[in-house]
Design a protein around this ligand. Structure first.
Ligand code: VGL
Ligand code: ZN
Length: 205
């Protein structure tokens, strides 16, 4: 069975948001078309949400870091981010034009560790409900799109590949942060090298 994973299409990653990804709003029509296709075919659609407490230590302000620089958080390298996707804030809500998805996986809820992947936190100490949800539904093949290519999309895809899923990344449904100019291109390459299929949304229709 196939499933679509829509990664973090939340206000804070879109235009005007705290951690706005360039051209993020351009993926909304792509995402909506793909979500509609999956719904019409009765495939499972899942959305992940970055869902941080206000005290989250990936926030520069909570860790005496500088936004965009890399430090260490509990032994792991950590990019310091502006405060974003704070639980129950407007910035954490899905983009208002995104079609509603009922299966939601929350991540980044532990203030001591960041969580880019929809499956595990960055230290792989704890997991979300994502893997059990996929197993319960006999899912073997994933289609992934969303924000951001170089963080949450990439780590979700790499974990999915390690877990044995067939993974398709819908490239035109993704945009990246690009702290360094080639981060997204490199992320796509890395996902492909590790076994992901890089596709365009048109390939689905
Ligand atoms: C993300 C940076 C910080 C993402 C989340 O969704 O890609 N990036 N938190
Ligand atoms: Zn985050």
């Amino acid at each position: 069975m196939k499933s679509l994973i829509v990664v973090d299409i939340q206000n804070d990653f879109c235009e005007g948001g705290a951690l706005a990804v360039k051209d993020a709003q351009k993926i909304i029509p792509v995402a909506n078309r793909v979500i509609t296709f999956f719904n019409e075919n009765n495939y499972l659609t899942i959305a992940t949400m970055d869902w941080h407490p206000a005290t989250h230590k990936s926030f520069a302000i909570n860790s005496n870091g500088k936004v965009g620089e890399v430090g260490i958080l509990n032994g792991l390298p950590q990019v310091w981010w502006p405060a974003h996707c704070v639980q129950k804030s407007h910035g954490a809500e899905f983009h208002p034009e995104l079609i509603k998805i009922s299966n939601i996986i929350y991540k980044g809820t532990d203030s001591e560790i960041d969580s880019y992947s929809g499956f595990f936190d960055n230290g792989k100490l704890k997991s979300t409900e994502l893997l059990s949800l996929l197993k319960e539904n006999n899912i073997t093949e994933l289609f992934v799109l969303g924000l951001a290519t170089d963080y949450c999309v990439k780590y979700t895809v790499l974990d999915a590949l390690e877990l044995g899923f067939k993974v398709n990344v819908i490239e035109d449904g993704c945009r990246g942060v690009n702290l360094l100019p080639n981060d997204s291109i490199n992320a796509i390459k890395e996902m492909q090298e590790k076994g992901a299929n890089i596709i365009k949304s048109d390939d689905l229709f």
